[in-house]
Design a protein around this ligand. Sequence first.
Ligand code: SF4
Length: 346
Amino acid sequence: MTSKSNLFGLSLEELQQLCAREGFPRFTAKQICDWLYKKRVDTIDAMTNLSLAQRARLSEIAFIGRHAPVDCQVSKDGTKKYLFSVERLAVSGKSYVEAVYIPDGDRATLCISCQVGCKMGCRFCVTGQQGFHGNLSAADILNQIFSIPEADSLTNIVFMGMGEPMDNLDAVLRSTAVLTAPWGLGWSPHRITVSTVGIIPGLKRFLDESQCHVAVSLHNPVAAERLDIMPMQKAYPIADVIALLRKYDWSGQRRISFEYTMFRGMNDDTAHAAELVRLLRGLYCRVNLIRFHASPDVPFKTSSAQAMERFRDYLNAHGVTCTIRASRGEDIMAACGLLAGQASSV
Ligand code: SF4
């Protein structure tokens, strides 16, 4: 007996192929897309403009892989951290991912995960300390967006949760296609930002195939020091990443930003600011400074507010647009680098 296929996450073209195989009219695929992505139903029975026979046949061969979060922690600042179980990966015992909902005035951003754990091993990151436990499918990625109570109010998506998007690029591109295609949510790609440590082959493909914004985790402009905290610097030096980015046009609507977590006494002085300016000179970009959130598992310290402001002011004075990112959800371990995939009761 063949296993049922998951309709959620399929493209219009894939649904057209499925309908052709089943002898359904071609327009049925568009109807199914509308139910999945516009009306957001989570059962085949709810697709009421399909005939009873079509719904019965679809239920025999397919399902909608949507499932609610298993836990939600709410920060005093309104940030919410949702925990999702990934049953397929339960065999490893590490089968949870987190998505963080960040309301901010008119904006509501959801930070989502693309892998359970991560292979990149960044030394300041709690996720990185856990190792890698599996890739999410496009359906797993989209489920984080579609299955939270705030799904309808989201204005922005950032792929900055657990995992490295360029290490699971097929699933990431499939999920951004659902978000941006006319048959999906129809969002502008400029409402979506995908982060990376700078895996050059994946980044190049992403830049060629997607119009979403890109955020590169930079954290230290000095190659030897960056290597100390980010092992991927060895295979993909930040200078090569930036050389690749310089080949693309950033003067339009698509943006490139650099994430720079500030560690006291490591990367937060004027010499590092000057080196960062040198590295980024002439590239149309923005630098976001992130306060490091101390964790018992990580041996680094937080920069002072004054050091962060000095660093920001130096960059702005030397032609590199720089802002300090507001920290959100630190009390529920939802802030940058703190996602570990654990329920509040675990
Ligand atoms: Fe992976 Fe990102 Fe953590 Fe690095 S910072 S280990 S890429 S999740």
